[in-house]
Design a protein around this ligand. Structure first.
Ligand code: ADP
Ligand code: MG
Length: 248
């Protein structure tokens, strides 16, 4: 469980990026954090895996304070960054995915089984020997997901996972996220593009100017999206039932 209490974040230049955030994310939840550009989404999720330290308040992951248990927190919470290129550290897909478990100091046999299992999970086993720099944007993002999975985190955070992907790329990454949720992982996704994921989430949080303005199940929160300059899903504008972006 993730327990965020009265979290404030002020960047060194004085920018007040988060104010009074209170948010509990229970195990097994699929939470969508949406908000316009600059609303604080990336800042908030960076607190959840301990990459940033609160200016005020606290973030607890399974009861562990992120400021005192950085290593354990990073073990439990994996983050797939918006920019897939920023993830890539290995020459080949295999080397890249092995980087995390190797850094955890695992024995070579254990590293190998983790890498294989992560590549299988995201369906890119056959790409193991490909050089990372030759991959498409969608493939790079799947490699990034595999790299995080290989560290076996319970919670997975995806920052703008659909940015710059075509329709098939969106479907593939969405399928992956949905399957990870079904396998029992806690999932947090940030986006301003609610439509692509909303059919699969348990709750939506609206972040606006560093504050949570709404939090609840999709049917409760969707009508409030336009108040915060977030485009509602087409189906809701048309008064239709919830639609998934995954092919039927
Ligand atoms: P989002 O992910 O919703 O677009 P961010 O969390 O990236 O929002 O940014 C929230 C606010 O903090 C914005 O006003 C942004 O300009 C500011 N900000 C983000 N990173 C930094 C930084 N390193 N230094 C100063 N201000 C920052
Ligand atoms: Mg962001």
């Amino acid at each position: 469980m993730i327990d965020i209490r009265n979290l404030e974040h002020r960047y060194p230049d004085g920018t007040f990026a988060l104010k009074g955030i209170n948010l509990v994310i229970p195990d097994g939840e699929f939470l969508l954090i949406c908000g316009p550009n600059g609303s604080g989404k990336t800042t908030l999720i960076r607190h959840i895996n301990g990459l940033l330290r609160p200016s005020r308040g606290s973030v607890l992951v399974d009861g562990l304070d992120t400021t005192r248990h950085e290593h354990e927190v990073m073990q439990r919470v994996g983050m797939v960054f918006q920019d897939a290129d920023s993830h890539i550290v290995g020459e080949t897909v295999w080397e890249d995915v092995a980087f995390g478990p190797e850094n955890q100091g695992l024995a070579p046999g254990e590293v190998e089984s983790r890498v294989l299992s992560a590549l299988r999970t995201v369906g890119i086993e056959e790409m193991a020997d490909r050089p990372c720099h030759l991959l498409s944007g969608g493939e790079k993002r799947r490699v990034a997901v595999a790299g995080v999975l290989a560290m076996l985190p319970h919670t997975l955070i995806f920052d703008e996972p659909f940015a710059n992907l075509d329709f098939l790329g969106v479907q593939q990454i969405l399928q992956q996220i949905v399957e990870l949720h079904q396998a029992g992982h806690t999932i947090v996704v940030t986006t301003h593009d609610v439509e692509k994921v909303v059919a699969h989430v348990s709750r939506i949080a609206i972040l606006f100017k560093g504050e949570i303005k709404a939090l609840g199940p999709p049917e409760e929160v969707i009508p409030q999206l336009p108040l915060f300059h977030i485009r509602p899903p087409c189906f809701s504008l048309l008064g239709e039932r919830m639609l998934s972006w995954l092919a039927d």
